[in-house]
Ligand binder design. Sequence first.
Ligand code: IMP
Length: 430
Amino acid sequence: MPVIAVIGAQWGDEGKGKIVDLLASHAQMVARSQGGANAGHTIRRGDRKIVLHLLPSGVLNPTAQCLIGPGVVVDADELIEELAEIEALGLSLKGRLTIDLRAHVVFPTHKQIEVCQEKALGNDKIGTTSRGIGPAYCDKAARRGVRVGDLLNAETRKKSCSALYEHHAKALKSFFKEQPPSREEFLRQAEKWAEALSPYAGDAVRSLREAVAADQTVLLEGAQGTFLDLDLGTYPFVTSSHPTVGGPVIGLGLPPRKIDYVLGVLKAYCTRVGSGPFPSEMEDDMADMIRQKGGEYGATTGRPRRIGWLDLVAAREAAYWNGLSGWAITKLDVLDGLKSLQLCCEYRLGGNPLEGAPLTTHDWESVQAHYEAHPGWDDGRGVREYDALPANARAYLERIATFTGVPIQMISLGAGQEATISASNGPFHL
Ligand code: IMP
């Protein structure tokens, strides 16, 4: 299976890190195409927990080439820290990491502006990760952003960074009444980044193209999830990039027909961090229990995640928008031991059933989830064969597959790599 896109089908935090990590041990290349250090992909190695924000999860496979595409916004300080952490594990990235020269750079002032923007929104705040993502993509769209390639040439760096500095300093001082850093500090940082990133800077699009031409196994590692997509998600409570399958097409210059398989990652229940509509959000007591059991706290911010029942209406939309070939269902074990569960199978608006997802913010906020009750099951944790799962757990999975029209290829029943079932007739039989 040469080119596989791994896409989050909910509001992020679906458990993509573990799935990508599993598949990455069979891949020759792993690429990130969108988002930035707002992502938090948690990977476990024995007792050790590794959280990657910017580097593709493939860095842990010592032979995989890793790409950061033009669609990513690069927080250089974070990246330098992650590079050091990975090297401390004895894994070298020299010669196997390419950061595209066209990727935009996130400055500390992007984060400062974001904090001011969120503060100004008060109760209407988006609840962002404060990683400067929105302001960085905003500068990119406004065509005043600084790209990795601009950093490398002293003259271009000075010119592009000075222009961006002027803009940020003015916004901070005049609009938010905040003190910006000094121009010297701003430029000094950019120079430091140029030095640290230059060994890795290059043409990720070309590297991907060559890998595809050579029929290599390539993983396209999605960050965030479908309903955080800037165009298709619960706007304005979304991120500023495209976590849907278009992300790698645009953000890595990959022709859509070169994607052989789109694996949707769906947690067995729903979570979301930050504000915004969440139709299947559950009652506090049940949510607390699942949050504890599932360790549902943000990998980037540590915030407690909001918890909801599995939303099949949203999953079916995600399946269509992304052209999903198969599902990886994660954290099924977290639901073990519940007496009964709810599955959201319909959205109603003013009492009327809705076709698909709401289109406006108002409708997203007003929509009511309607549920199908599903009987619970006991403990399925030690199980490593689909047929050995409790019957009600299998029925739950089968309902997901029939409702969405997408077959289930992988099931994750715990954080460890061994706690995974893959369909014996599927492409990911590991
Ligand atoms: P931003 O991406 O930091 O601008 O945040 C925008 C929204 O996306 C907020 O609701 C965040 O909580 C959410 N978000 C961003 N990245 C992730 C992620 O990796 N997992 C889950 N939610 C995320």
